[in-house]
Design a protein around this ligand. Structure first.
Ligand SMILES: C[S@@+](CC[C@H](N)C(=O)[O-])C[C@H]1O[C@@H](n2cnc3c(N)ncnc32)[C@H](O)[C@@H]1O
Length: 246
């Protein structure tokens, strides 16, 4: 178990810090924020893929850091900042697209890449020849994490979010599965977007640190995580109060 704390260095690098129960949410550049954090048990994250995503019909917006050269630099610098935060014998998960083969080449410099999870969606994307219906995640080990009670498949069939607020929003069910796979108690997502990893953490009673550079998405993440935390509290059994014996 790791301690989440707010150092002076963190306060100086963050534009905003919001604590909601077991979640610490930080508005700012994760490359500047991560060096100020303490240890975490696992990283579950969905960085910009480097594909210059232009959402169709302008339903959602393009994301920061998504240019191909930009993203390569961002992933490298992010990994350099992530590694000092990790303990030995832990597992982690990084989302990516099938064409970004460089992400695996980069990750093997830091981790043992154990498997490629395929997220199979219920609907197709756009395209003239083939239409994309899946995304990848690299499941990575640092050292030898404990073997889970039962292994998971590497094909996850989970429906897409129907009306996403964020152009890359992942379904909570998908991240729930990722969290169960990596284990650990305190989870870091340095590219939190609309806060899906945080919502899934609250549902599972994990601690969460999320960083987002865009204020608009940061505010959405705060709202979603606050709501998830309240719901979790609602379904928690009430604390037993011992009656006075006198
Ligand atoms: C692929 S999206 C994550 C979407 C998220 N999984 C969700 O469900 O909403 C990546 C996010 O990283 C953010 N980002 C890009 N560069 C960043 C940086 N240097 N520090 C923090 N966040 C950054 C983008 O603004 C974007 O919201």
């Amino acid at each position: 178990m790791s301690v989440i704390y707010q150092s002076e260095a963190l306060k100086a690098s963050a534009k905003k810090i919001v604590e909601i129960g077991d979640a610490l949410l930080i508005l700012g550049d994760s490359l500047e924020i991560m060096p100020t954090l303490g240890k975490v048990d696992a990283v579950v994250t969905d960085p910009p893929y480097g594909i210059n995503l232009k959402p169709p019909r302008k339903l959602t917006e393009s994301i920061k850091g998504d240019g191909s050269i930009e993203a390569k630099k961002l992933w490298r610098n992010a990994l350099e900042a992530i590694m000092p935060l990790l303990s030995k014998d832990t597992a982690h998960l990084f989302w990516t697209g099938w064409s970004e083969t460089w992400t695996k080449e980069l990750l093997v410099e830091y981790f043992t890449v154990k498997s490629c999870i395929v997220w199979a969606k219920n609907v197709w994307g756009i395209g003239y020849y083939t239409r994309p219906q899946h995304e990848f995640a690299w499941y990575c080990h640092l050292g030898k994490p404990p073997i889970p009670d039962s292994p998971d498949s590497d094909l996850w069939q989970v429906p897409r979010v129907q009306a996403p607020i964020h152009s890359c929003e992942k379904p909570v069910m998908l991240i729930d599965r990722a969290l169960r796979l990596v284990g650990g108690y305190s989870i870091l997502d340095p590219f939190m977007g609309s806060g899906t990893t945080g919502v899934a953490c609250m549902n599972l009673g994990r601690k969460f640190i999320g960083i987002e550079i865009e204020e608009k998405y940061f505010d959405i993440a705060c709202k979603r995580i606050d709501q998830a935390q309240r719901q979790e509290q609602l379904f928690k059994p009430p604390k037993m109060q011992q009656e006075s014996l006198l």
